[in-house]
Ligand binder design. Structure first.
Ligand SMILES: Nc1ncnc2c1ncn2[C@@H]1O[C@H](COP(=O)(O)OP(=O)(O)OP(=O)(O)O)[C@@H](O)[C@H]1O
Ligand SMILES: [Mg+2]
Length: 405
């Protein structure tokens, strides 16, 4: 029997479906894909079920055609400003003088026993580190001698109604959402090198409707956040600023926009389509950057504030990795380096094999990562082993998701 997985990224701008097959050795490789523009979401959240279902169906049809397989269940990305990440910790007494798997389960249960409102559901419980007696920073406590076991965890929760709507959309499109994964966690899986997570890194996914942030240190997730801002705001700023329809504003942004005037010559001119039968006109490209720069500064400054909240902002030795479609905006890296004061690079879905050339772009890291997360949960491609216990806890994510949906 073939070992097939499908990842579905339902974004504010597009739906991307990726089908992958696992080899006998456990390596995942993409065998088909489909991308369809989507207008059913606002700020990462479904607001129009019909439009979303249509886009999902279109992406799935294309993916089924190109892979030659029928898609039944998918791992789907979860996003939106309703998502909250919080840190918690728990302590238990170790039974029998040596930490066993039961003790680890108990300490995680103790740590996750925080008050979570009834209208929210737990998406992920991510272990950060353990302490056995006074020994801190333990990753694999099983087998260690001690009397007290402590766990630090990061909990990601989402609004209940959000999951219900997402499930509804998938079911109407004829598929079952088998797992749900918080999108930046998936993006990180696809775009980051393991060394970066160890040394400390922040990944920022600037999409169409939202900007997601995830901070890693010593291999663990320290902080997560979602901002209700993204590339669509840049487009509407241009539309308002030079009075042009959104579709033209989008084209101008992608072709001539830049995140900072720093990267644009003062005398560069670009042609703007005329509105209402008027002639096209020439404007200075700097006019576009004057509109875009303050908005990008706002987005990056808010992301910076979130990174500061992680408590490890001063020890992000691997700097910042930018993904999402807006990371393609010229000058974004330069502006981000000015704001963060640490090195910034653009991330691509490098960790998944067989990605088609046209999908080797920062907006496809989420879809690729959904497959990698699911692969890790099934014990494929060594990902679970790579993170030791932190990874193994993640593999149980499926149970938790089922608990709460
Ligand atoms: N070359 C480019 N230059 C600037 N912006 C770009 C470029 N290509 C795409 N974008 C912008 O990227 C955004 C879409 O990014 P992406 O596909 O990552 O979003 P999404 O995943 O659909 O949305 P979200 O994650 O916010 O729900 C759009 O605002 C689009 O205008
Ligand atoms: Mg996205």
């Amino acid at each position: 029997m073939r070992n097939l997985l499908t990842g579905l990224d339902i974004g504010t701008s597009k739906v991307c479906a990726l089908v992958a097959e696992a080899s006998l050795e456990g390596d995942l490789a993409v065998i088909g894909h489909g991308v369809s523009p989507c207008s059913g979401l606002r700020k990462g959240v479904v607001v129009n079920i019909e439009a979303t279902v249509e886009a999902i169906r279109a992406a799935l049809d294309e993916a089924e055609k190109s892979s030659g397989v029928r898609i039944g269940s998918v791992v789907v990305g979860v996003a939106g400003p309703h998502i909250r990440g919080l840190n918690s910790h728990g302590i238990v007494a170790v039974r029998g003088g040596e930490v066993g798997a039961r003790d680890v389960d108990r300490v995680i249960d103790a740590a996750r026993a925080v008050a979570i409102p009834l209208d929210r559901q737990v998406l992920h419980i991510l272990a950060q580190q353990f302490a056995v007696d006074d020994q801190e920073g333990v990753r694999e406590p099983i087998g260690m001698a001690g009397v007290r076991l402590e766990a630090r965890i990061h909990i990601v929760t989402a609004a209940q109604s959000y999951g219900q709507n997402l499930t509804k959309c998938c079911e109407r499109a004829g598929i079952t959402p088998a797992e749900m994964v918080f999108e930046p966690l998936a993006s990180a899986e696809a775009a980051l090198f393991p060394e970066e997570r160890e040394l400390g890194v922040a990944l920022i996914d600037i999409g169409g409707g939202t900007t997601d942030i995830i901070v890693f240190h010593a291999g663990a997730v320290m902080h997560t956040a979602v901002l209700p801002l993204g590339g669509n705001h840049l487009t509407s700023d241009i539309a308002a600023g030079i009075r042009t329809p959104l579709a033209d504003a989008e084209r101008l942004k992608v072709s001539y926009g830049a995140a900072t005037g720093q990267v644009v010559r003062r005398d560069e001119m670009v042609q703007v389509p005329g509105v209402g039968g008027r002639e096209p006109k020439l404007i200075a490209r700097r006019m576009l950057t004057d509109i875009l720069e303050p908005r990008m500064e706002e987005i990056l400054a808010l992301a910076h504030r979130e990174i500061m909240r992680s408590g490890v902002a001063d020890s992000l030795a691997s700097g910042i990795v930018l993904v999402g479609g807006t990371a393609l905006l010229e000058g974004t890296q330069e502006l981000a380096e000015r704001i963060f004061g640490i090195p910034v690079r653009r991330g691509l879905p490098i960790n998944l094999k067989g990605m088609p050339e046209e999908l080797m772009k920062p907006m496809y890291t989420t879809a690729a990562g959904l497959l990698l997360c699911q692969g890790a949960a099934r014990g494929l491609n060594g990902a679970a082993a790579r993170y030791g216990r932190l990874g193994r806890l993640r593999t149980r994510l499926g149970d938790w998701v089922r608990d709460f949906f």
